[in-house]
Design a binder for this molecule. Structure first.
Ligand code: SF4
Length: 343
């Protein structure tokens, strides 16, 4: 059966990852799956290590304040995932046990079919499939399936085919093998068909038209967005503003994207810093940071901002801020580090 070919390949080629254990652990599997969504393994590794240090068990995660969880997630993006993870941890800790099947995982906040399938097959050995971007690419090529993989009929077909391939004896390893094949061999560009365990079965390769699969998405035109941020300095500290809970990037801290006057602060503009480029979905953001020296006034809630604090550059790195804010912090940190030290 073709599943065994893939498992044999996986046994020889799998990457050693901290959440891939001899005896899988539901908590580690769950955290890794949440972090891996839309994110590369290499990016996740340091976050996973830090998360495990800070919250070694689900009980530790459940009792941590939300700000602490967000701080340790800060930079991974998609903060709703961290909030849902925290909510779900509270439910699991209260119950005292992890869900024991895919359907039970699906009941937790922030867990969809992919995550529930991955956790249940890897940590519980349940014979259920997973379909993510890597799996879609491999299966559309293997079975030469054309059409939009997000359309209902093709989506259902992919889940059905993935389910038929999952073996009863090693479902978790098989699902990880399928995703690993997509990440390492059946890559979007230049797939390495010559080392693929399914090269003799793959319909797209046999027809010589691998590049046709999966059917490319129709591109939505990208939108350029220009914004600014005020970096107001007072005695070596910077003003940070916190977004309200019902706003986009809820409860996150950032350099206010408003002029000091809008916050009822008097400040002297010093200079503009290099533009920060950031992409979210189809938006290409160009943010211009402006450096100000504080003169007087106390910041007042305005627009999306509900709270403020003054914070040193060193402490800033530990605050729950967006990826875009991290880029600004990185820029100003490297400038401060380059400054000649006073004798
Ligand atoms: Fe992908 Fe090539 Fe393997 Fe087909 S043979 S599954 S296209 S790597």
């Amino acid at each position: 059966m073709i599943s065994n070919l893939l498992l044999r390949w996986y046994d020889k080629n799998r990457r050693a990852l901290p959440w891939r254990l001899q005896k899988p652990d539901p908590y580690k599997t769950w955290i890794s799956e949440m972090m891996l969504q839309q994110t590369q393994v290499e990016t996740v590794l340091p976050y996973f290590a830090r998360f495990m240090r800070e919250f070694p068990t689900v009980a530790d995660l459940a009792k941590a304040p939300e700000a602490e969880v967000l701080k340790n997630w800060s930079g991974l993006g998609y903060y709703a995932r961290a909030r849902n993870l925290h909510k779900a941890a509270k439910i699991v800790a209260k119950k005292g046990t992890f869900p024991s099947a895919m359907v039970e995982w699906l009941e937790l906040p922030g867990i969809g079919a992919y995550s529930a399938g991955a956790i249940a097959s890897i940590a519980l050995g349940e014979k259920v499939p997973v379909v993510d971007g890597n799996v879609i690419r491999v299966l559309t090529r293997l079975f030469a399936l054309q059409g939009d993989p997000k359309s209902k009929p093709l989506k259902e077909k992919l889940w059905r085919l993935a389910g038929e391939l999952v073996p009863a004896n090693r479902p978790g390893d098989f699902n990880q093998a399928l995703m690993e094949l997509g990440a390492l061999v059946c890559t979007p560009k230049d797939p390495k068909c010559g080392v693929c365990p399914w090269q003799k079965e793959c319909k797209a390769r046999l027809a010589g038209n691998v590049a046709l699969y999966p059917t490319p998405k129709e591109k939505t035109p990208s939108q350029k967005v220009l914004i600014m941020a005020s970096l107001i300095q007072k005695n070596g500290a910077y003003l940070l503003a916190r977004r309200g809970e019902k706003k986009h990037l809820q409860s996150m801290w950032e350099f206010p994207q408003m002029l000091p006057e809008a916050l009822q602060i008097k400040a002297k503009r010093e200079k503009s810093l290099p533009i920060v480029h950031h992409a979210i979905m189809n938006r290409r953001i160009q943010l211009t940071p402006h450096l100000y020296k504080y003169v007087s006034g106390k910041p007042k809630p305005n627009g999306c901002y509900v709270d403020y604090c003054w914070i040193s550059l060193r402490e800033l790195r530990n605050y729950p801020t967006s990826s875009m804010n991290h880029k600004i912090i990185k820029d100003i940190s490297s400038k401060e580090n380059r400054r000649p030290k006073a004798l």
